[in-house]
Design a protein around this ligand. Structure first.
Ligand code: FES
Length: 127
């Protein structure tokens, strides 16, 4: 469910930890805002890729008031459709617009990467 500020309000009782793992910090470059206040797009070198690829960064405000950012590839793991315009659903998933498969962002079986917003930009961090 979305409120009138374009932010997604999750209905999950709790946030599941970000399950994506990296062995070193990864800077996300070429950050751009989207029409949704809680979603950004950028480029990052996610293994096993040897070059930067499009990624989507989602933000949620946790119960303790802190913001948490998570990043996934902008390509759907099913057949590679661009998910960057697909909305984060209140259940913590993005549903790919091509075949409607769920992609976990804040939900239980996610493979999203924990991300920090710093003065110099966004960074995928070791979790
Ligand atoms: S390409 Fe995304 S569900 Fe098939």
């Amino acid at each position: 469910m979305n409120n009138n500020k374009g932010l997604t309000l999750l209905i999950l009782d709790s946030y599941y930890p970000a399950n994506g793992r990296v062995d070193k910090e990864i800077e996300i470059i070429d950050i751009s805002p989207t029409e949704r206040a809680d979603v950004f797009i950028g480029m990052a070198r996610l293994a096993p890729a040897s070059a930067e690829k499009p990624v989507v960064i989602y933000c949620q405000t946790l119960a303790n008031g802190k913001k948490e950012y998570r990043t996934v590839s902008a390509k759907c793991p099913h057949q590679g459709a661009d998910i960057s315009r697909d909305e984060l659903n209140a259940d913590g998933n993005v549903y790919c617009s091509l075949h409607r498969r769920p992609i976990g962002i804040f939900s239980e079986y996610n493979h999203a990467y924990l991300t920090e917003k710093r003065a110099k930009g966004f960074f995928i961090v070791k979790a």
